[in-house]
Design a protein around this ligand. Structure first.
Ligand code: ADP
Ligand code: MG
Length: 668
């Protein structure tokens, strides 16, 4: 691995910014794929200018641009002349522009013109020299996800330099992902990389299954009265589907073979109680269980839920919480309880297996919301117990059609909870555009007055060059000022410290925050039944499965819930996709429709965040490639069952986690 600072022009300071994006080495830059691609427009002449669509034009800066400060915002204004046509322009938060845009000089500007009185106006246009622009013309140019302090062109240049530095020691397809010469090359490159990603994933699963297949366990569990009593005393009755799956889990735990089961159930189908029951049964049999959640917020929620459940039913088991942000001494205390056997049910995050935890008699590992974990982590915890592999229970809300699930989770038996608790009122959905915003805000207020709470979801954390999607920071500011501080607005995003995230989530759960503005970090499993409204900004930028997961955060209590999909897109395909969500609350149906409507044509939609963690692949739209990779894996393994043949040396390295991809995974 080559440290990024060897690249010319990257110093310590820049390296830190790139590290924020997950680019720590020259190799990892090659895998920092664009989120989209654009082709630049030919330069329009003065008489070809028109409003309301993106144009590029050449214009002279008439006089030195002005700089104004409005509160904390800086606004640069300029007058320009495009072949006799007067255009005014503004840029926000670019206070350095007046010194770099020279009066009398000519540049190429790119953006959307609007009419303002008798002249054109343009907001935040991109600026190029003519040479720069001509270089971009006629090519497909990458658009990267960014962070504050890095522009798209600087990331693009750095990636290119990394390719030059690693001269020839990479696959052509990687280069083509960033700098394709045409659409076809791009598509071929992506398909090849997706295929490999699937192939390695599937080989890992198959080889893992071989190792653990028919593994005998030595636990010899029996059914327990306590778990059954909990079921009887719940404030609700388990659905038929929950009961069926509970029986399957019980049978697995009692059988002499270790359990390897996936429980798939749509958001809100009630998976948590099943995990709790399995842990209680394991505990009453005298063994430990570990419940892993993908976030601290969720781990804490599960912990409180289970502790209360044990208390309400006078069950004498000791639950403990173990998360990364706990103090070192608190963690040490918990680890001691785990090691000496006084902890029965251990609930936590990745810290559970990343840190040196010694279990006393671990017999059950539950992974909640599997799609946030790699397969690797799953296997590493189940092998923590040296004498006998622990029973493995995986909970997933990713609605994968069964045929795909069998490929993706090939090493697991599958249970499906295909029934939602009956009392639930279905969520009411609306797809709206900007003209509805005021009405939406009034509606927020009405719901807040009625004692309910609101989620607002944005695609971005902060403002980002070249991406006009809504961001958390500005949206939260907007909402606060709009409601005149009479409502409390909180923010939540992935770059906050874990402890801060917990604090925000706690105060939202307690009702201290009325409106929570967040990125998709709330997507996973969080349960605040009092939240009844969710508005998703730029809904067209998310995959359907991700939108459905997000929506699952509401509709969890008795009250009617509402989901508002905000989208300014007029693209008929986008509308059709959002209509699927509007008309159905059924995750499986949505996933199937999604497959049908998207097809492989829509390669570059924002990556699904609700899926198994693939770098590039998307199990829905790449379903055909997944199938091919699955067939290829079978063919390879039938000839070379343990990948020991010399021609499989590279493949073997990737599959057994010492290849470049695995190394990247640990740096990302
Ligand atoms: P998920 O499957 O998304 O993890 P949860 O386990 O968080 O769903 O359950 C969602 C909500 O539904 C919780 O508030 C839970 O108490 C409730 N719940 C679970 N099972 C039932 C049921 N059979 N009847 C009524 N409510 C239920
Ligand atoms: Mg859940």
């Amino acid at each position: 691995m080559t440290d990024l600072t060897v690249i010319k022009g990257i110093g310590e300071k820049n390296a830190k910014l790139y590290a924020k994006l997950g680019i720590k080495t020259a190799e990892s830059a090659l895998y920092y794929f664009p989120r989209d691609y654009i082709s630049y427009e030919e330069i329009s002449g003065p008489h070809e200018l028109c409003a309301d669509r993106i144009v590029a034009f050449e214009a002279e800066i008439v006089r030195r641009p002005t700089l104004k400060r409005v509160k904390r915002l800086s606004v640069v204004g300029a007058d320009m002349n495009c072949g006799g046509i007067h255009i005014t322009s503004t840029w926000f938060n670019m206070p350095y522009l007046p010194s770099s845009l020279k009066a009398g000089s000519t540049y190429v500007f790119r953006g959307t013109l609007t009419h303002e009185g008798d002249h054109y106006h343009i907001r935040q246009p991109q600026i190029f020299t003519k040479e720069q622009y001509e270089e971009l013309l006629g090519r497909i140019n990458p658009v990267y996800p960014l962070t504050k302090g890095l522009t798209n062109s600087s990331v693009s240049k750095t990636v290119k330099k990394c390719f030059e530095y690693l001269d020839g020691s990479y696959r052509q397809e990687l280069y083509d992902m960033h700098f394709p010469k045409d659409e076809e090359t791009l598509k071929a490159a992506r398909n090849a990389l997706v295929f490999d990603e699937f192939l390695i994933f599937i080989l890992r699963l198959r080889l893992m299954r071989d190792k653990s297949e028919k593994a005998k366990d030595a636990f010899g569990m029996i059914e327990t009265a306590e778990a059954e009593r909990v079921i009887e005393r719940l404030p609700y009755r388990l659905t038929g589907a929950q009961l069926r799956v509970w029986n399957e889990i019980k049978n697995d735990l009692c059988s002499p073979y270790s359990m390897r089961r996936l429980v798939q159930g749509d958001v809100g189908s009630g998976k948590t109680i099943l995990a709790a029951l399995a842990a209680i049964m394991t505990g009453m049999n005298g063994y430990q269980s570990a419940i892993m959640a993908p976030t601290e917020i969720l781990a804490e929620q599960h912990y409180h839920f289970i502790r209360q459940l044990l208390f309400d039913n006078s069950i004498d088991l000791n639950p403990v919480l173990l998360t990364g942000s706990m103090s070192a001494s608190a963690k040490r205390g918990v680890r001691e309880m785990i090691e000496d056997g006084s902890a029965d049910i251990i609930i936590g995050t990745h810290a559970l297996f990343q840190e040196k935890v010694v279990y006393d008699r671990l017999a059950l590992v539950v992974t909640d919301e599997q799609h946030r974990f790699g397969v690797n982590q799953r296997s590493s915890l189940s092998s923590k117990n040296t004498e006998s592999p622990a029973n493995v229970l995986v909970m997933s809300a990713t609605p994968i059609p069964r045929t795909l699930a069998m490929i993706v989770y090939g090493d697991l038996d599958i249970s499906i909870i295909d029934e939602l608790p009956a009392h639930k009122k279905p969520i009411k959905n609306a797809v709206v555009n900007e003209s509805y915003r005021n009405t939406a805000y009034k509606f927020f207020l009405k719901e807040i007055m009625a004692g309910h709470q609101v989620y607002v979801i944005c695609p971005l954390i902060e403002e980002s060059e070249g991406n006009d999607a809504k961001n958390v920071i500005d949206t939260a500011g907007e909402l606060s000022s709009c409601f005149d501080n009479s409502v409390s607005v909180g923010i939540l995003h992935g770059r906050m410290r874990p402890a801060d995230k917990l604090k925000v989530m706690d105060s939202f759960a307690r009702g201290d925050i009325n409106i929570l503005v967040s990125t998709t970090v709330v997507e996973v499993g969080v349960n605040v039944p009092n939240a009844t409204v969710m508005m998703i900004e730029n809904a067209d930028r998310f995959g359907l499965a991700a939108l459905h997961q997000l929506r699952g955060r509401i509709g969890r209590g008795e009250a009617q819930s509402y989901c508002i999909f905000m989208s300014s897109s007029t693209n008929p395909d986008t509308m059709k996709r959002l209509d699927i969500l509007k008309n159905s609350n059924d995750g499986f149906k949505i996933a199937e429709e999604d497959l049908k409507t998207r097809g492989p044509g829509d390669m570059f939609g924002i990556r699904q965040s609700g899926d198994v963690s693939f770098r590039l692949a998307d199990i829905y739209s790449d379903a055909a490639i997944l199938k091919k990779a699955s067939d290829e894996a079978s063919a390879i393994l039938s000839k070379d069952p343990d990948l020991s043949a010399p021609e499989h040396e590279l493949l073997r390295a990737e599959v057994f986690e010492s290849g470049i991809l695995s190394e990247l995974d640990s740096t990302l």
